[in-house]
Design a protein around this ligand. Structure first.
Ligand SMILES: *[C@@H]1O[C@H](CO)[C@@H](O)[C@H](O)[C@H]1NC(C)=O
Ligand SMILES: *[C@@H]1O[C@H](CO)[C@@H](O)[C@H](O)[C@H]1NC(C)=O
Ligand SMILES: *[C@@H]1O[C@H](CO)[C@@H](O)[C@H](O)[C@H]1NC(C)=O
Ligand SMILES: *[C@@H]1O[C@H](CO)[C@@H](O)[C@H](O)[C@H]1NC(C)=O
Ligand SMILES: *[C@@H]1O[C@H](CO)[C@@H](O)[C@H](O)[C@H]1NC(C)=O
Ligand SMILES: *[C@@H]1O[C@H](CO)[C@@H](O)[C@H](O)[C@H]1NC(C)=O
Length: 289
């Protein structure tokens, strides 16, 4: 009887609390060369569909500062986000755009007591990047995708964010040996914290991968869904990737748990992912409870 009352009270109590306090806070992490100011549309979509949600767009490493090494950015964003997590007993949801999606994976790997429910990866090069883009031409005018590994896979190169996830399919072994970020996150190069990072990452309740064929910047675009090129530059989807098959960092576990969602939207160029209401309605809204 007593136990039943406690149970009933617990159930009613938590229903009551979630109605009063509403939706979990949302934390947004921006991408390369942008800043928190670029997320007003997303903020509005959330405010309209989930009124009262406390949305924090973290204003750090804006514009050219987004080129700083990703571990440095992980430290900075972590400092800013951790107090928000601590303020929210019910947990938080994360929306991480483009390069920000890799920063968020870093945070989720190294933070043992994070309380992230949905980790929403919005057109992020999760399996790496290999393509000639305007960003690349701007940063390395004298290089093309086929030879940029010469810069990126050096210790100097690894001090630039995009080199941290540059993944040249023709130089796999150099990537595995030299990438100080993605190859470690993916446990492609094993390290003493591999197991712990995987456990930490797996604390998320839901991984939502969003991307699409008209992105134009993420190359291949399937990298947003953990697909990538083989050494013939043919895209191999996530389910046939070594990191998935060997469950190197938890992807296969999430998939088996039924907690991996993929959302693919055509007709969206890279810079419009966070301001496109169709994308919000189709791929994001339902995970922000
Ligand atoms: C959310 O919408 C309400 C009503 O339209 C508005 O008053 C409020 O300023 C909005 N808040 C944010 C953060 O956009
Ligand atoms: C929103 O969250 C931030 C960070 O946790 C907090 O400082 C702020 O007080 C919150 N705002 C509201 C209206 O709850
Ligand atoms: C890595 O592991 C060591 C010891 O096992 C621990 O002290 C350190 O905090 C860990 N670092 C991260 C980032 O997980
Ligand atoms: C990668 O590292 C391994 C082990 O240190 C070494 O044997 C191999 O030659 C390296 N490969 C390249 C391409 O650097
Ligand atoms: C790459 O293409 C070559 C020649 O077409 C073929 O022999 C080889 O099996 C292909 N490799 C992969 C990994 O598909
Ligand atoms: C928004 O998404 C829709 C549906 O996928 C697409 O047709 C449209 O072109 C997009 N608009 C912009 C500005 O990206």
């Amino acid at each position: 009887m007593y136990a039943a009352c406690i149970l009933l009270w617990t159930l009613l109590g938590s229903c009551f609390l979630s109605t009063v306090f509403g939706y979990k806070p949302v934390v947004v992490v921006h991408g390369l060369f942008d800043s928190s100011a670029d997320f007003t549309d997303l903020n509005q979509f959330i405010n309209q569909s989930h009124p009262g949600t406390n949305v924090s767009v973290i204003d750090l490493f804006d514009r050219s500062a987004s080129l700083l090494p990703l571990w440095k950015q992980v430290e900075g964003f972590k400092e800013a986000i951790y107090p928000i997590m601590q303020n929210s007993a019910d947990g938080v949801n994360l929306i991480c755009y483009s390069q920000g999606g890799l920063i968020c994976r870093g945070i989720l790997s190294v933070l043992p007591d994070h309380n992230v429910h949905s980790f929403i990866s919005l057109s992020s090069p999760q399996a790496g990047q290999y393509g000639d883009t305007d960003y690349l031409k701007y940063l390395f005018p004298k290089f093309v995708k086929s030879n940029i590994y010469r810069v990126c896979y050096t210790s100097l190169g690894q001090r630039i964010s995009i080199c941290n996830y540059w993944n040249d399919p023709h130089h796999r072994e150099m990537y595995v040996n030299s990438s100080d970020y993605l190859a470690l996150l993916n446990n492609e190069r094993p390290h003493p914290n591999s197991t712990v990072w995987k456990e930490n990452f797996l604390r998320i309740k839901k991984l939502v991968l969003i991307g699409g064929p008209d992105d134009g910047v993420i190359m291949p675009w399937q990298s947003s869904h953990f697909g990538f090129y083989d050494d013939n530059e043919t895209v191999v989807e996530m389910k046939y990737q070594d990191a998935f098959l060997r469950d190197l960092f938890g992807l296969k576990t999430l998939y088996a748990r039924g907690d991996l969602e993929m959302c693919s939207v055509p007709g969206v160029q890279h810079v419009y992912w966070h301001s496109n209401e169709t994308v919000y309605k189709t791929c994001i809204e339902k995970w922000l409870t």
